[in-house]
Design a protein around this ligand. Structure first.
Ligand code: UD1
Length: 424
């Protein structure tokens, strides 16, 4: 099993360029299923999740060519099946994003639920609520250890309607937008997610001829169109990767110049780091982060849908708070069970107590190198950040999680002076 070996490193310094956003590129790739013409997507990061989505699209009949590094040409002229394979869908929750476009284009789709019905049904209820509102008949079937969602539109295809999301789910908003693009009439999504990745998806779809307004606000209007045309699009920079390198500068008391970033997308992270005493200068497309200019103090964070503090930054930020001066509180409101990294940080000498969705971080921890696990993608980044300032050596296992979502992670950290390597 591959591991990362991280040794205590000095202040990280230098420049880093941010890759295309994982959470933007996955829905963009799914959206190509709506289009018979050619879709060119640039700045596609080389990630495991992207590879999984590529294989799913290919299994459905799309052809995909990487015509230059990070430039994918995807053509879904012929959809050969409307059923996605379990072995691929099972690897990644975002696979479910192919359901909306398949249903919109072909009127039917059959997608497995990773993990089966019992735990699977609830977290996609809002996606299904949207498909049903557009007139699809949605059923869940169990087949041995798998469960599938089947959706079928009526003879006239999907028909636009008004959909209220009980929670502004990112994936449900994306799936419903994609289902509605070719539907008859107009769809409104209320209490929609406002994340930058939603805006990127709407921009991509509008460039290919869709009529979507209001992306980035809580009400999105989609007027159905008959067909779509060729498109070229560059993926937005990854705001979670941006935040991770901001924290790398902060926790190591270094100075990092982050290029190819959208400062507006990381406003809550900038605000919270400033509260902790980190100096941040913001340009049009770059951010300079200085953690070397004074004491670092505690703060409280509460995760929320965008534009609130991102849940994906919660664990890396918590790693940082363990070494700040004073007590911090972290409240997770987006996901129910997202404190798995706490036990790993405590193993490294942190003092964090949890009660429900609240964690109390004591601060001023003297972290020490340990054997820890990347319990999920962002928790893996948290372990690396902690390892950079821990005494001795930190061995991080289960790093495939990290490689699902961070492009050239080791190389980028090493270039900034981190003592980190990957071993088999
Ligand atoms: C996306 C991101 C993920 C991020 C999350 C929240 C991608 C590929 N992943 O995930 O990195 O952490 O947004 O910012 O973009 N929920 C339901 N029913 C539903 C859908 C969601 O109850 O039908 C719940 C989920 O269980 C969770 C919350 O809503 O508690 C947020 O989920 P959602 O916004 O849908 O996240 P994802 O799109 O899965």
């Amino acid at each position: 099993m591959a591991k990362y070996i991280v040794k205590k490193s000095g202040p990280l310094k230098g420049e880093v360029s941010i890759s295309g956003a994982k959470n933007a590129v996955l829905p963009l790739m799914a959206a190509t299923l709506l289009n018979e013409q050619e879709c060119v997507i640039r700045s596609v990061p080389h990630l495991r999740d992207v590879q999984v989505m590529k294989e799913i699209l290919e299994s459905l009949g799309a052809t995909i060519e990487e015509q230059a590094p990070g430039e994918y040409c995807i053509k879904a002229e012929n959809i050969v099946t409307t059923e996605a394979p379990y072995e691929l869908v099972n690897k990644m929750r975002a696979s479910f994003l192919v359901m909306g476009p398949l249903l919109g284009r072909k009127g039917v789709a059959r997608i497995p639920l990773p993990g089966g019905c019992a735990i699977g049904a609830r977290p996609i209820d809002l996606h299904l609520k949207g498909f049903k509102a557009l007139g699809a008949i949605v059923t869940i079937h169990e087949e041995g250890s798998y469960a599938y969602v089947e959706a079928a539109a009526g003879p006239q295809g999907l028909i636009g309607d008004r959909i209220y999301l009980d929670f502004p789910s990112v994936g449900a908003t994306e799936n419903i937008i994609m289902a509605a693009v070719l539907a008859e009439g107009t769809t409104f999504i209320e209490n929609a997610a406002e994340e930058p990745e939603i805006v990127d998806l709407a921009n991509f779809l509008n460039k290919m001829g869709a009529k979507i307004k209001g992306a980035g606000t809580d009400t999105i209007k989609i007027e159905g169109v008959k067909s779509l045309h060729n498109v070229r699009h560059t993926v937005i920079p990854d705001r979670i990767e941006t935040g991770t390198f901001m924290l790398a500068a902060a926790i190591t008391r270094g100075a990092i110049h982050i290029e190819n970033a959208v400062p507006d997308h990381v406003k809550p992270v900038i605000a919270k780091l400033r509260e902790c005493g980190v100096r941040i200068e913001v340009g049009d497309e770059d951010i300079i982060v200085r953690g070397d200019l004074g004491p670092l103090t505690s703060t409280d964070i509460k995760t929320l849908p965008y534009p609130g503090f991102p849940t994906d930054m919660q664990s890396p930020f918590m790693a940082f708070l363990t070494v700040c001066d004073g007590k911090s509180t972290v409240i997770e409101t987006v996901f129910e069970n997202r404190f798995m990294h706490v036990s790993q940080l405590n193993k490294m000498g942190a003092s964090i107590e949890t009660a429900g969705n609240k964690a109390s971080v004591k601060g001023n921890a003297r972290l020490r190198g340990s054997e820890v696990m990347a319990t999920d993608l962002r928790a893996g980044a948290a372990m690396v950040l902690a390892g950079l300032v821990a005494e001795g050596t930190t061995e991080i296992s289960e790093i495939y999680h990290i490689e699902r979502g961070y492009e050239n992670f080791i190389e980028k950290f090493a270039k900034l002076g981190a003592n980190i390597k990957r071993v088999e």
